[in-house]
Design a protein around this ligand. Structure first.
Ligand SMILES: [Zn+2]
Length: 303
């Protein structure tokens, strides 16, 4: 739940006026936080944009998805961009989703993040690339301003100034730092939203989802950025699939990816190792023409 600028103001005001209010423990932690337990409705959602928190009172927020159920705790976290997030833990009774009797195997790739045995592809989206230019603009400024600030701090020390400036005194430097953090956060949020959509769709569509066991997929051998992003996305997607399946009465099964991309899913013929560049192949025994990824997904389903 992202909280608007109003909360920022509310807190600033609060810290000035209420000396006894719990402060964030240290500025050095990247994500300082404090938690309140719900007592007698002191934490309550009033409508889609307002929440009541202990001592702070009613504040405005924006959120993609509203929490439902009985709220147990609310934790206020300051993000690296200086905004505040309120993490709400609520007790919810979840009804299972209706059974579709459908099963799917899912192959995970780099160009396509996920390919189902039905032939549906979910493309890998490079949210980092879409925002790279803007982020780089601020990264350059951040580096330059930091360098300049450090130089000026050194001068202060050389001149034995009574109160030499510190990095936190350089407003332009701080702004650039916040902007860099903001774009990193944006990339993470966009990717997470995308994975939430995919996992929800898969769990609603299938009763049983079979996936490759990632431990055996040779994750650490690859150092390319695209591969690193794919690894991270697979992990997150698997996690989402696992907890959503548990919530909604579906099932996720991990299978060994052994030979899934080289065995013919029709007759079982082992065609030997296929290089990654080979996207399609024809089985020499039964002459079925295969899409590499879909054939692998079908093998995962059959495993
Ligand atoms: Zn075959």
């Amino acid at each position: 739940m992202g909280v608007s600028h109003n909360l920022h103001l509310a807190f600033q005001k609060l810290f000035k006026e209420h000396a006894g209010y719990p402060k964030f423990k240290s500025k050095r932690f990247t994500r300082p936080a404090y938690r309140s337990n719900a007592v007698n409705g002191n934490i309550a959602l009033l409508d889609e944009t307002h929440i009541r928190l202990p001592k702070v009172g009613i504040i405005k927020f924006r959120a993609g998805q509203l929490p439902t159920g009985k709220i147990k705790t609310a934790t206020v976290v300051r993000s690296s961009t200086g905004e505040y997030d309120v993490l709400v833990v609520a007790e919810v009774e979840i009804a299972s989703w209706h059974q579709t009797k459908a099963l799917a195997g899912i192959d995970m790739g780099v160009a396509d993040l996920a390919i189902t045995s039905d032939g549906k592809r979910y493309a890998t989206k490079r949210f980092d690339k879409a925002l790279a230019k803007k982020k780089h603009y601020w990264e350059k400024r951040f580096a330059r301003r930091r360098h300049q600030a450090e130089k000026e701090i050194a001068w202060d020390k050389d001149l034995k100034v009574v109160a030499p400036r510190r990095l936190s005194d350089f407003k332009n430097y701080l702004k650039a730092k916040v902007m860099v953090a903001k774009y990193s956060e944006k990339v993470v949020n966009q990717r997470r939203d995308y994975l939430q959509k995919i996992s929800t769709e898969l769990v609603s569509k299938y009763d049983v989802i079979k996936l490759e066991d990632l431990k055996t997929k040779g994750l650490l051998r690859h150092h390319h950025l695209a591969r690193a992003i794919a690894n991270q996305s697979w992990r997150e997607l698997r996690l989402m699939l696992a907890y959503k399946a548990a919530w909604y009465g579906k099932q996720v099964v991990a299978v060994s990816p052994y030979k899934t991309s080289q065995r013919c899913s029709v007759c079982g013929y082992d065609d030997g190792k296929h290089e990654l560049t080979i996207r399609e192949w024809t089985c020499p025994r039964c002459h079925t023409h295969h899409d590499r990824d879909i054939n692998a997904a079908i093998n995962i389903l059959a495993a």
